[in-house]
Ligand binder design. Structure first.
Ligand code: PLP
Length: 385
């Protein structure tokens, strides 16, 4: 099996596995005051430091990290938590993009029903439309939520510049970035990003599924601009109630600790595989949807009049795992909003595949992918004729 679907999820790395094995020997509740509880608490704090390190050395001084059950929950905390913290007389405009992951777009659809005004900035060709953003700053902004790397096209948006423009005009605006696909794939720190809130997810960085985190700047915490979304026992310093998933969180910390020191070389290797793949699929007559700026791990292609699902099943029968869309929307019957926003037609979106690379892929995987795609083209085009 050749796995080329790392944007959907990643295999556990050794660092995560070891940290989880150690955490499995500790059954304590981190809220308990006895020795077994304190052991569990220590595991949580170690993982918190490790994930913070992945956000850059200074992140710990400027903000705090709250563990959640996944990236989706971290984003709900960010968006609903900011909206619920809003004071009566504050602005109710929220700026976002037209190609967000459903965890952002669906949460904002809810807030729209509750009276918030949502302005979506176009991302045609994989770039934020800065003129549209400037035009959207004609009224005070409560919150801006923009993703760093698009989970379908791999576009790396210039969120830094967008947040800089928003803060220049409205310093009180809260900035949130869904960095689920960008974390440990593209260099950033909360400072360079200009983000008050950052969503992370464990299973995209070789940690287990079922663990995520929200970074929150100290400024936001001091000004009480964020209120909890899950309430109850007051875990995670009151910001996220619910007994912590100690094993998953330990795995998240272990994964980040393993990946962070090698990130430069691994990303350079991924980028080189990606560009080799891009060159070779273009030579086969397959269109590559290359964004203005891209992350090193995602290659998005459009097949010549072959439905993505048909090719996906063919490749799967050859032992190659790719995706016909983001894992969470691949069962949807409507074309992906992100692909339409990129500029693809509904038909092109229906004929598109996402190939997403990981640290364990090698040049021979690209060879196998190209052989599989060529065999698929020969076979499926013949069937169509
Ligand atoms: N945001 C982006 C960009 C994603 O790709 C995903 C998952 O695919 C999520 C958020 C949701 O993360 P989780 O699966 O941890 O809820």
């Amino acid at each position: 099996m050749i796995y080329l679907d790392h944007s959907a999820t990643t295999p556990l790395c050794e660092g995560a596995r070891q940290a989880m094995a150690e955490a499995m020997t500790c059954f304590g509740n981190p809220s308990s005051l006895h020795i077994e509880g304190l052991r569990a608490q220590k595991l949580l704090e170690q993982a918190r430091r490790q994930v913070m390190q992945g956000l850059g050395g200074h992140a710990e001084r400027q903000g705090e990290l709250f563990f959640t059950s996944c990236g989706t929950e971290a984003t709900s905390l960010a968006l609903f938590g900011t909206a619920y913290a809003k004071k009566r007389r504050e602005a109710c405009r929220i700026i976002t993009t037209d190609s967000e992951h459903p965890s952002v777009s669906q949460a904002l659809a809810r807030l729209s029903e509750d009276g918030f005004e949502i302005v979506r900035i176009p991302t045609r060709g994989g770039a934020l439309d800065m003129a549209a953003l400037d035009a959207a700053l004609d009224k005070p902004v409560l919150l801006a939520s923009m993703m760093m790397v698009n989970n379908e096209t791999g576009a790396r948006y210039d969120v830094e510049e967008a947040f800089r423009r928003i803060k220049a005009k409205y310093p009180e605006a809260v900035t949130h970035c869904d960095a689920v696909q960008g974390f440990l794939k593209t260099p950033f720190t909360p400072m360079t990003l200009g983000a008050d809130l950052i969503t992370l997810s464990g299973h995209k960085v070789h940690a287990p599924k079922g663990v995520g985190a929200l970074y929150v700047s100290k400024k936001i915490l001091t000004a009480k601009r964020l209120v909890p979304f899950l309430v109850g026992g007051g875990q995670e310093r009151g910001m996220r109630s619910g007994t912590e998933n100690v094993i998953g969180i330990a795995g998240f910390g272990g994964a980040v600790a393993e990946l962070s020191p090698r990130i430069k070389e691994e990303l350079a290797a991924m980028e080189s595989l990606r560009s080799e793949g891009e060159r070779r699929v273009r030579d086969m007559g397959i269109a590559v949807n290359t964004p203005v700026c891209h992350a090193p791990h995602i290659l998005h292609i459009t097949l010549p009049h072959i439905k993505s699902e048909t090719m996906l099943h063919f490749l799967s029968s050859e032992g190659l795992c790719v995706s016909s869309g983001s894992a969470c929307s691949s069962h949807a019957s409507h074309p992906s909003d992100a692909l339409l926003a990129f500029g693809l037609s509904a038909h092109e979106a229906d004929c598109s595949l996402r190939i997403s690379l990981g640290r364990e892929n090698t040049p021979s995987d690209i060879d196998a992918l190209c052989r599989g795609l060529q065999a698929g083209l020969d076979r499926l085009v013949r069937i169509k004729r």
